[in-house]
Design a protein around this ligand. Structure first.
Ligand code: HEC
Length: 246
């Protein structure tokens, strides 16, 4: 069940984010109070949060659970999000340099003696991470809504609807989409009114068939899945640009 896998990956990713926010706030307080034990505790929590956040994120990205990899890599918003994450990781270097030895000393039951300035410097790193986190979350929200995608998404020749069109539609609508200048089928190029109609109207015609001035188009719902009907419409929109009649 691919929908379920995608949902689980998403829950892991977002859950990791919630934990990171909670333990991040806790760590800030611990650093302000110069509290070694609380800092270590928050750092452990942040470690688990980071595992979930990165694990879930990479799973979604490379598992291509919801969107193909190209959906992200073609989007500048994605690279801004990645930049913000890289900055957060960079700002984690100093705190880890300080706190990792604390964990080791704690495990060996040795005393932990923070040096002057360490808490203040770690605090500064943690504060600088906040705007990065806000940017990353804002980008995630934009990405989820498809903002930032280039309008020339994929060339028509790469779209899955291309093969469907060639098999089922081309006989009437023709390779140039003009349907023999609108004598045999709707002319997607010469009659700008056809593709000016919204997707749901055109999808209804494709699913149920349509009878009009030119003639009749059979219904496709028994032959093509809803997904295939959307794909072939996407191909038609990408491949044929309406222009005035010749
Ligand atoms: C048997 C010939 C034929 C085939 C095959 C055919 N069509 Fe059509 N199509 C027509 C005709 C005829 C019309 C125009 C009906 C009218 O308005 O008179 C039309 C109209 C359309 C329209 C415009 C509908 C509207 O509401 O304005 C779309 C979109 C369309 N076809 C898509 C497709 C797709 C996608 C396929 C392949 C899956 C396809 N057609 C296959 C004959 C065909």
């Amino acid at each position: 069940m691919p929908g379920l896998t995608a949902a689980i990956a998403s829950i892991v990713h977002v859950g990791g984010f919630a934990l990171a926010a909670a333990f991040g706030a806790l760590r800030l307080v611990a650093l302000r109070r110069q509290d070694v034990a609380a800092t270590r505790f928050a750092d452990n929590g942040n470690g688990i949060a980071a595992l979930l956040l990165f694990g879930g994120g990479l799973w979604r990205l490379f598992g291509q659970l919801e969107k193909p990899l190209a959906f992200y890599s073609a989007n500048p918003v994605f690279w801004v999000k990645l930049g913000a994450i890289a900055a957060m990781v960079g700002l984690e270097v100093y705190p880890q340099y300080v706190v990792l030895p604390w964990h080791f000393r704690h495990a060996r039951k040795q005393p932990i003696e923070p040096r002057p300035g360490q808490f203040a410097r770690m605090s500064r790193c943690a504060v600088l991470q906040l705007p990065c986190l806000v940017i990353a979350v804002a980008c995630a929200a934009l990405l989820a809504r498809g903002v930032g995608l280039p309008t020339t998404a994929a060339p028509a020749s790469d779209l899955p609807g291309r093969a469907i069109y060639a098999t089922h539609c081309q006989a009437c609508h023709q390779a140039d989409g003009r349907g023999l200048d609108g004598k045999l089928a709707a002319d997607f190029v010469g009659d700008a009114r056809v593709l000016a109609r919204p997707d749901d109207a055109l999808l209804r015609s494709i699913a149920d068939g349509t009878v009009g001035r030119i003639g009749a188009m059979p219904a496709w719902r028994a032959i093509l899945s809803a997904e295939q009907q959307r794909q072939v419409l996407a191909y038609i929109r990408a491949a044929f640009t309406p222009s005035p009649p010749r």
